[in-house]
Structure formats: C-alpha cells, structure tokens
Design a protein around this ligand. Structure first.
Ligand SMILES: NC(=O)c1ccc[n+]([C@@H]2O[C@H](COP(=O)([O-])OP(=O)(O)OC[C@H]3O[C@@H](n4cnc5c(N)ncnc54)[C@H](OP(=O)(O)O)[C@@H]3O)[C@@H](O)[C@H]2O)c1
Length: 265
C-alpha cells in the first residue's frame, strides 16, 4: 500500500507484458503482475523491487473468469484500487483448414478475447464509482483483417479491437479511458519460433517505449510500426479478390503447423 497508483497487467511473465510492467513501475505505478507461471512473475517482481518499485504477483489463468476476479481482488487488497488495467495476455497458434481444431480455436478466443473481458469486468465497477481509470487492450494488427492460417488469432484480436472500441465510446464522459494498442511484429517469446518473414520486426524496448507513451498520453489507439499498419489497413480497402491474392502470397510452407510453436502477433 502507498501513494502509488496501481496497475494490474496480465501476461506479465514475459515479452511485452514484462517489459511494460517494468516500465510502468519505473513511471511510479505499483504493479500487480498476472500470468500462469508464478516463478517467472516472481522474477519480474524482484527486478522491479530491486529498483525501488512496488510489485505483487497474482498468478491466474485469464481464461478462467473466477481466477481473474480472484487475482484482481487480491491485488486490490494488497496494493489498492486498480487505476490502470493492461489486458495483454495472449496466445497465438496457426489455424489450418486441413486440421480444423475447434477446441484450440475456443482456447485462443477464451484467452485473448474473453480473458480481457473478464479482467475488465473485475475492475470496471470500481473505476466507474471512482470516476477515473484506464483500460488498455493489447490487441494486434492481425485483427485488422483475416490473415492466412490465422483464423482463430485474427478472430480473437479483431473481436478484441472492436470490443474495446465499443467500450471506449460507451465510456465517454465517465472518466474511464480506453486505449487500444495494435502491435505488428515484436521480438518476444511469441515470435521467437516464427519461421516465416516478419516485416518491420521491432525490438522489445522500442515497442515498450511506444506503448508506455500511448498509455501515459491516454491515447485512444496506437498501431505500430506504422508502415506495417498502413499496409494491412490499406489492404482491407482492396477488392476482395485482390486482397485474397495478396494475402495468400504468405509462404505457407514456412509456417509452423497447427498446435506447433506459437507464431506472430
Ligand atoms: N510479439 C508480437 O509480435 C505481438 C504482436 C501483436 C500483438 N501481440 C500481443 O501482445 C501480447 C503479449 O504477447 P508477447 O509477444 O509478449 O508474447 P509472450 O512473450 O508469449 O507473452 C504472452 C504472455 O501471456 C501470458 N498468457 C498466455 N496465456 C495465458 C493464460 N491462459 N492466462 C494468463 N496468462 C497467459 C503468458 O504467461 P504464462 O505463460 O505465464 O501464463 C505471457 O506472459 C499478446 O496478447 C499478443 O497477442 C504480440
């Protein structure tokens, strides 16, 4: 407890979530770290404490509504009311039509989309009662359009972007801001195993810089890197036959199989 504002961040055990948690702690937030792997969360918390920051770990599986609610309740008891929620936890797999796996599709949507909804549910009432707060959704450029072999991931991220955009409009004037972040390719464990090309791949730190700035400025949205965002966004406007032709140029032979290593964001 203290005077620090509290941030609860999911997916804080690695990659963008870990980088952002450390950065937000440097910026003065007390951070509640959530993910499934407790030991990794403890390492991140230790790093934050070594530099004089405040952090607590609240392990949970974001696809389980009760676990998310419990983790946020414990965080508020330990650190205080959550001012900033960063819904960042996510998984990515390939979806292949020849090995159509509904259970896996459900899992991706449950983690990426419903996990963010469950976390929002747990903080929203408190934020509205206090008349202030910020919710950050870490979605993906893959949600701009249906990408090849990414049906589950594109659906989960498209759903996420639209869900939080709707919420942003509905929360106007309430004191609760919503920031939707759509990254392209960033070097993290999620993209480490990718064998296909990743145009405009960014290092973690510059990506964290951009995200932290957008959060600080309470921006409505951030898409980066802008050249990739512009390409995918423009492709949406093409006639569908042209879009399908262009999108199918992705080299399918290089992509890992369904259920194989995680892939792009
Ligand atoms: N890297 C990119 O190029 C990229 C691009 C666009 C968008 N994104 C998005 O950015 C977010 C972070 O991804 P990243 O690149 O940093 O990947 P990452 O290093 O693999 O991190 C994913 C995080 O999500 C957590 N997570 C996964 N399933 C979970 C579950 N069921 N419950 C709780 N936590 C769970 C993981 O922790 P545990 O395994 O410990 O649970 C981990 O902390 C994701 O939403 C991703 O879709 C990434």
């Amino acid at each position: 407890m203290g005077n620090r504002r509290v941030c609860f961040i999911t997916g804080a055990s690695s990659g963008l979530g870990m980088g952002l948690a450390i950065r937000l702690a440097q910026e003065g937030y007390a951070v509640g770290l959530a993910a499934r792997r407790e030991a990794q969360l403890e390492e991140v918390a230790e790093k934050i404490r070594e530099h004089g920051g405040t952090a607590g770990i609240f392990p949970c599986d974001v696809s389980q509504r009760d676990q998310v609610a419990g983790a946020i309740r414990r965080c508020e008891e330990e650190l205080g009311p959550v001012h900033l929620l960063v819904a960042n936890a996510g998984v990515s797999v390939n979806t292949r039509v020849e090995a159509f796996d509904t259970m896996e599709i459900e899992r991706v949507i449950r983690v990426n989309l419903l996990g963010a909804v469950y976390a929002t549910e747990a903080v929203l009432e408190g934020m509205l009662n206090r008349g202030q707060g910020q919710i950050v959704a870490v979605s993906s450029i893959a949600g701009f359009a249906g990408l090849p072999m990414s049906a589950a991931y594109s659906a989960s991220k498209g759903g996420m972007t639209n869900f939080f955009e709707s919420l942003r409009i509905d929360l106007r004037g309430s004191g609760v801001d919503v920031t939707v972040i759509t990254p392209g390719f960033v070097k993290t464990p999620m993209t480490d195993h990718n064998q296909h090309s990743m145009p405009f791949l960014m290092d973690l730190e510059p990506a964290v810089d951009l995200m932290a700035r957008a959060i600080r400025k309470r921006k409505k949205s951030l898409a980066f890197p802008w050249p990739l965002a512009a390409v995918v966004w423009s492709a949406r406007a093409l006639p569908r036959p042209a879009y399908d032709w262009l999108a199918s140029r992705v080299d399918r032979r290089k992509a890992p199989g369904a259920g194989g290593p995680v892939k792009e964001g």
